[in-house]
Each structure stands twice: as structure tokens, then as C-alpha cells.
Design a protein around this ligand. Structure first.
Ligand SMILES: Nc1ncnc2c1ncn2[C@@H]1O[C@H](COP(=O)(O)OP(=O)(O)O)[C@@H](O)[C@H]1O
Ligand SMILES: [Mg+2]
Length: 310
């Protein structure tokens, strides 16, 4: 049986920036909502940033769709979905510091593509906006948000976006852009401030990709793994011996044959899950195991249920 673990000293609570990534469809958005609710319940002010044009994050809060302006999703939880073009323009305006210059750069037919043509600029506008909110302070100098949760896009490993500040640091000339990218990159690499939450399913292929992803995080990018989350874990019904017997049994047309076949199918899935979990524990000793939900999984009740695990 998968049961919530004690949540008092979760390694997520102290971090200001969390990047939730993993393959498409594994439950990144669901996990983002669950973490947001868990942190908010412990009194942290949370901002969730969706990078997905067809975001479904708001559904998990039973809230209207997210837009480019911050909106309230739940007590202590706000959300935003930056539009790359708009975020780029905002960022350009900040760098150029003049309305006329901004209009000249963004509205002239000759230079309209100027920023958009810089590789990674459109991704940076979105990620940089999330980073900016993670550093934002109120009038009294207190952080506006305790935690910014970034629900990463499903492209490739979801790592492409995280590579952008690194590339900007390496390739752009000194200036505001490079300064911001450097500050963001320093924050993202600091385990006291940031971390990556990697989400996967307890299956063979997702496990292979997750092991590669964690390896790239740690060795290529030097980004801290905050949590490994294994989503949609089945309750184990059979022991190893029972699984073996079910798989050996030759279901016939005799009464009970259908039940035996169903049992054998389940035994196979449990065996695959068991092996995946064993491999995943090789890179993270104590992954968070989220149960497979049986009912509706894309609403606030589901997100609340999963929040207990963080
Ligand atoms: N633990 C779970 N149990 C059952 N269904 C789930 C669970 N987690 C996610 N789902 C469902 O799986 C689908 C993909 O989840 P989602 O969080 O949108 O993944 P991603 O953001 O990685 O693409 C959605 O329909 C979601 O409701
Ligand atoms: Mg998603």
C-alpha cells in the first residue's frame, strides 16, 4: 500500500525555485499542483508558472484558465502562464528602459524579429519571468513568494529550457541579459535555493529516460535534484511468490479462467513496477511514491489527495 510519508521536514520547503520536469504525460502538472497545495498548507506563499500554451494546471485547482497576469488559484497559491511574445517584450522593455526604443525594436518591421532571433530568447523570456518572481520583494523587502514552482514543457527531456540560462551565460556579451542569466543560473545551481523535481512513471521506458535525465542534471548541468517523484504507483496486491504462480498458471476456458488472466496481467504490471522502483532507488534513495488515483484525477480533490505526499 502506498501511504503518505511524514511531511514535516520535506526537502522542498526551503527552496525558492523548483523546476518540475519529466517526460510528457507522466504527471508533471499534477505533481506541480500537489506540491503547491502542500507548501501553501504549510504557510508558504507559492507561485506556479505554467509554460504550456494548453495549460491544465488551473483545472487541478478548479479555477479558470491561467493567463499572462497573475491570478489566485487557492489560498496562498497564485498562478501565471507567461505568453512568450508578451514576456519577451516585457523583458526587452526592461533591458531597453525606454518606451520609444522598445517600440522601435519590437514594432519596426526591420527589427521585430531581433530578440526572437536570438536562440533561447523566447524560452528565457518565460523562464526568466519565473526567476524574476522568485527574486521579487515587497515594499518591506520581504520576498513576494516563498516558492516559485515551474511546470516545465514536455519537449525532449524538459531540460532544453534549463539549458538556456547556461547558454546565455556562455554566449551573450556582458550586459543586462548576461547579468540576469548569470544570476538565474547561480540560483538554479544552488541546492539551498533551488532544485529540480523529476517526475516519472514506474514503467520500463520512462525509467530509462529518467535515469538519463538525472544523470544529465547532475553531470552535465550541475543542477540539484530536489525530489524524484514516481507517479501512478499501483498498490501491490501480490507477493513475489504469488506473482510467479499467477504467471505459471495456464488459464483455460474453465470457470475462473478470466479472473486468472486478469490476475496474471496485474502480476506482470506489478513485476514491471517493482523492477522500475528498484532501478529508480539507485539514483534517489527515497523517491516520493504517488498512488494511481482511481476516480477523476484532474481536479482539486485529486490534487489535495496527492498533496499529502509532499
Ligand atoms: N496519480 C495519478 N493517478 C491517475 N491519473 C493521473 C495521476 N497523475 C496524473 N494522472 C492523469 O494523467 C494525465 C497526465 O497527467 P499530467 O499531470 O497532465 O501530466 P504531464 O503534465 O506530465 O503531461 C492526466 O489526465 C492526469 O489527470
Ligand atoms: Mg503538463
Amino acid at each position: 500500500m502506498v501511504s503518505p510519508s511524514p511531511t514535516t521536514s520535506s526537502p522542498l520547503d526551503s527552496r525558492r525555485f523548483l523546476f518540475v520536469t519529466g517526460k510528457g504525460g507522466v504527471g508533471k502538472t499534477t505533481t506541480t499542483a500537489a506540491i503547491a497545495l502542500a507548501l501553501a498548507a504549510r504557510g508558504r506563499k507559492v507561485l506556479v508558472v505554467s509554460s504550456d500554451a494548453k495549460e491544465r494546471l488551473s483545472e487541478l485547482f478548479d479555477a479558470p484558465p491561467l493567463g499572462p497576469e497573475l491570478s489566485q488559484l487557492a489560498p496562498n497559491v497564485q498562478g501565471v502562464r507567461p505568453e512568450p511574445a508578451k514576456a519577451l517584450r516585457e523583458y526587452g522593455a526592461m533591458i531597453l528602459k525606454s518606451r520609444l526604443l522598445t517600440e522601435a525594436v519590437f514594432d519596426s518591421k526591420y527589427t521585430r524579429g531581433f530578440f526572437a532571433g536570438v536562440p533561447g530568447m523566447s524560452e528565457w523570456a518565460v523562464l526568466g519571468k519565473a526567476w524574476f518572481h522568485a527574486t521579487e520583494t515587497d515594499d518591506a523587502g520581504r520576498p513576494r513568494f516563498d516558492t516559485v514552482l515551474f511546470d516545465a514543457p514536455a519537449t525532449g527531456h524538459g531540460l532544453d529550457m534549463l539549458r538556456v540560462p547556461k547558454i546565455l551565460v556562455e554566449l551573450t556579451p556582458p550586459g543586462v541579459l548576461r547579468r540576469d542569466a548569470e544570476a538565474a543560473w547561480t540560483m538554479f545551481r544552488d541546492p539551498a535555493q533551488s532544485g529540480v523535481v523529476v517526475v516519472t512513471l514506474p514503467e520500463d521506458m520512462p525509467t530509462n529516460e529518467t535515469l538519463e535525465l538525472v544523470h544529465a542534471l547532475e553531470h552535465e548541468l550541475g543542477l540539484p535534484l530536489a525530489r524524484l517523484v514516481v507517479n501512478a504507483v499501483l498498490t501491490q496486491l501480490f507477493s513475489v511468490e504469488e506473482r510467479a504462480r499467477l504467471l505459471e498458471a495456464r488459464p483455460s476456458a474453465a470457470p475462473g479462467g478470466e479472473a486468472l488472466r486478469a490476475g496474471a496481467r496485474r502480476a506482470i504490471r506489478e513485476a514491471i513496477q517493482q523492477e522500475a522502483l528498484q532501478r529508480l532507488r539507485g539514483v534517489s534513495a527515497a523517491p516520493v511514491l504517488l498512488p494511481r488515483l482511481l476516480g477523476e484525477s484532474a481536479n482539486l480533490a485529486a490534487a489535495r489527495q496527492l498533496a499529502h505526499y509532499f
